[in-house]
Design a protein around this ligand. Structure first.
Ligand SMILES: *Cc1c(COP(=O)(O)O)cnc(C)c1O
Length: 472
């Protein structure tokens, strides 16, 4: 039989849609953690390379059957691990269409639709976050690549001020760039710095307080200890505690020393849309920074993957990312060519889902999503703190709750593991200031108070079991 396109191109997609419907319907009742590990799933998928074609519907069925036990129910309303949102219905639908439309989102001339959706969605994000309307926006795979994008713009600008063209001449022989970040920074900051040629050993680590906030007095001293091009990386929302660096002080210090200030706000930036003045105060002054990185796939509840880089100095942003080739048709005046603002050349049209999510929520819907999650986090904290031997380690200002059981590393770790294997809820672990802790992150649009109560009950049972085992 000759290989060729299936006669009914929609049959496999229709079958996939049935599997998707089953998956989503079962999401709140199925075990959240995978019930099979990597080895078992790999063995299930590891048939000999087919010598010839297989019917696409059969392939879809085989893929669904072979992977089911190995999927983590990250979209479940009781998934509280890492920082992972679910998928808003409009975002899911838009992403399905984006795949079917198969647009290369790099150029307005190649896909006016993808480029325009990104442009509008980017403007909405700027408006929601209270960032300058003149800032440029690049849609990336995640915050890590948003850091790379924004910090490449920073590298361009701080070196250009010293007469150095980093895009042409690279870093060899360049004036040394001083880079500052807090002790509780996210690991992706280091990865971005590595990719940009700064190297992690050159990073000046600025002391953080007991909640993870960068200490402005320490930053002041560090900046005063030298001169030359400088970049400061601040954080809005620490991965464990949700703590925010003091932005007004950091931005003022940055200006004083001619340093570029970049903000890692993977989830925390969205505090800007809260109805609570206390939460909004966490991000007050953030518009004074030079660049910002955030995620669509966390609190905004887009599917993976979507990160957002926003840069006030759009000339620096374009200079760092833009590429030109004779065969590429660039957009006309006022047209947004996404490849000018991101590290990628060819790219999936992530803007459709971002556009759809924001259009479906509206400002009020997003405010409600953020504040509901924060309310659930507070409820979590209050209920957990009421349990025997359970302590909440952070002041819950946002959506993150840090928990420790019996002030004991082994019992806390075992409790986390038992919650996950129990399948009713999903939490994850960490080490905070030298002590093992459980992390609870609330960022799913579907989560209700009943889900929180169910998760608290699962944690209570797990803690009792872990304690009994430790004593046995
Ligand atoms: C999740 C997170 C990141 C990394 O984001 P990715 O989208 O996974 O690349 C960076 N910083 C903070 C504070 C985060 O929470």
């Amino acid at each position: 039989m000759a290989a060729g396109p299936p006669r009914d191109a929609g049959a496999a997609a229709t079958r996939a849609f049935e599997h998707i419907t089953d998956y989503l319907t079962g999401l709140s009742t199925r075990p959240i953690a995978p019930t099979a590990g990597y080895g078992k799933i790999r063995a299930q998928l590891d048939v000999p390379l087919p010598a010839g074609p297989t019917d696409p519907v059969e392939v879809v069925d085989a893929l669904a059957a072979g992977t089911a036990d190995g999927l983590t129910g990250t979209g479940s309303p009781r998934f509280f691990g890492y920082v992972i949102g679910g998928i808003l219905p409009a975002a899911l639908a838009a992403d399905l269409m984006a795949v079917a439309w198969d647009q290369n989102a790099g150029l307005a001339s190649l896909s006016p639709a993808a480029a325009a959706a990104e442009s509008v969605a980017g403007a909405w994000v700027r408006e929601l976050l209270g960032l300058p309307a003149s800032a440029s926006v690049g849609i990336t795979t995640g915050t890590q690549m948003a850091h790379v994008t924004a910090l490449a713009a920073a590298r361009h600008r701080v070196l250009a001020r010293y007469g150095w063209d980093v895009e042409a001449d690279g870093l060899h022989g360049a004036p040394p760039v001083r880079v500052f970040a807090g002790a509780a920074r996210h690991t992706t900051v280091d990865a971005a710095l590595r990719l940009l040629g700064f190297g992690t050993r050159r990073l000046a680590v600025v002391e953080a307080d007991e909640t993870g906030r960068m200490r402005p007095d320490a930053l002041r001293a560090a900046l005063a200890g030298g001169h030359g091009p400088a970049i400061v990386i601040a954080q809005a929302g620490e991965i464990n505690t949700g703590a925010f660096d003091p932005m007004p002080e950091i931005c003022a210090l940055g200006r004083e020393h001619g340093a570029w200030v970049h903000v890692d706000g993977a989830f925390g930036l969205w505090a800007a849309v809260s109805a609570s003045p206390r939460r909004r105060a966490l991000v007050a002054g953030i518009d004074q920074a030079d660049s910002w990185a955030t995620d669509g796939h966390k609190w905004l509840n887009l599917a993976y993957d979507c990160g957002i880089a926003i840069v006030a100095d759009s000339d620096a942003h374009r200079a760092a990312m833009s590429t030109r080739a004779d065969y590429v048709v660039h957009g006309g005046e006022g047209e947004h060519d996404p490849l000018e603002w991101t590290p990628e050349f060819s790219r999936r049209a992530r803007g459709f889902a971002l556009y759809a999510a924001l259009r479906s929520l509206g400002r009020a819907g997003l405010t409600d999503l953020v504040d509901r999650c924060c309310g659930h986090a507070r409820h979590f904290a209050a209920a957990l703190a009421g349990l025997d031997g359970v302590a909440v380690l952070n002041e819950v200002e946002l959506n993150q709750v840090l928990v420790r059981v019996d002030d004991d590393d082994a019992i806390t770790g075992a409790t986390t593991d038992l919650v996950v294997t129990g399948g009713v809820a999903f939490v994850s672990g960490t080490v905070w200031r030298g002590a093992v802790a459980m992390r609870v992150s609330v960022c799913n649009w579907m989560t209700t108070e009943a889900d929180v109560d169910q998760a608290v009950a699962a944690i209570a049972t797990a803690a009792i079991t872990a304690r009994a085992r430790a004593r046995a």
